[in-house]
Design a protein around this ligand. Structure first.
Ligand SMILES: O=C[C@H](O)COP(=O)(O)O
Length: 271
């Protein structure tokens, strides 16, 4: 009897919570404390499943203080960064600042940035490179809208975003990179892509990374699924061979729900 997982997880599973524009800096600390307590009560083994949160920029200093003060094993990151290092870019945040705040990760190209802020593939490629330059691991988000899914061109569309995002990276950077597949039609809608949809795209992404950087590198890159993930569907998605983790939006604002997602292994049926 072995625990049935996505094939033994040669890549460490990674569960990430994107708080989006929710939680001010006071609420954010309370949420993080509750999450840490819940996971501690459940005796969560962080060496088995990595946990990260992506709070708004204004929360990051408080999150850093809490994580350091309580010696928490929870990683954190920014939801965006500038492609530039410093200068006259009002409202933007440098990767250098994120690094100084102890951010391990940064989201790049979330669909809400691509659409609301019109971020182009070229800009996102520059942001990916800026993240690496400043010692922060980018989580590159890719995925198709509903019309593209209905037209059946979702794989090509998503791989185009991927190729543009990773252009010019070294193999070592590609191995460290995290890619999040988020079909836009499934974000915040309650429409979750089926596990087979997540697997189809993650397998295609891994194959493409293999073409670009070699199979050995592609076998190391962690691929996440995001879009209406809840505690009751997380385990089924994570059974899939090429899905290494989840990028969770709404459900990450509820510490009990998010902790249940982190603890997905307890829901996997043994065989
Ligand atoms: O970054 C997270 C994704 O946009 C998914 O959000 P959601 O879980 O609220 O659908």
């Amino acid at each position: 009897m072995t625990t049935s997982t996505n094939g033994a997880f040669d890549r460490k599973p990674f569960i990430a919570g994107n708080w989006k524009m929710n939680m001010d800096h006071v609420q954010g600390i309370t949420l993080l404390q509750k999450l840490a307590w819940t996971l501690s009560d459940a005796k969560h083994d962080y060496s088995r499943v990595e946990v990260a949160v992506f709070p708004p920029f204004t929360d990051l200093r408080g999150v850093q203080t809490l994580v350091q003060g309580d010696d928490l094993d929870i990683a954190y990151g920014g939801q965006d960064l500038s492609q530039f290092d410093s200068g006259a870019y009002t409202g933007d945040i440098s990767g250098q600042f994120l690094n100084k705040l102890g951010c391990k990760y940064v989201l790049v190209g979330h669909s809400e940035r691509r659409t609301i802020h019109n971020e182009s593939d070229d800009v996102l490629n520059a942001k990916v490179k800026a993240a690496f330059k400043h010692g922060v691991t980018p989580v590159l988000c890719v995925g198709e809208g509903l019309e593209i899914r209905q037209a059946g061109t979702h794989v090509n569309h998503t791989l185009e975003q991927l190729r543009a995002g990773v252009a010019g990276l070294t193999a070592d950077q590609a191995a460290e990179l995290v890619v999040a597949y988020e079909p836009v039609w499934a974000i915040g809608t309650g429409e979750v892509a089926g596990p087979e949809d997540a697997q189809e795209m993650c397998a295609a992404i891994r194959a493409e990374l293999g073409q670009l950087f070699g199979a050995e590198t592609a076998a190391k890159t962690r691929l996440l699924y995001g879009g209406s993930v809840k505690a009751n569907n997380a385990a089924a998605i994570l059974r899939e061979r090429d899905v290494d983790g989840l990028l969770v939006g709404g459900a990450s604002l509820d510490p009990a729900e998010f902790a249940s997602i982190v603890r997905f292994e307890s829901q996997l049926v043994t065989d």
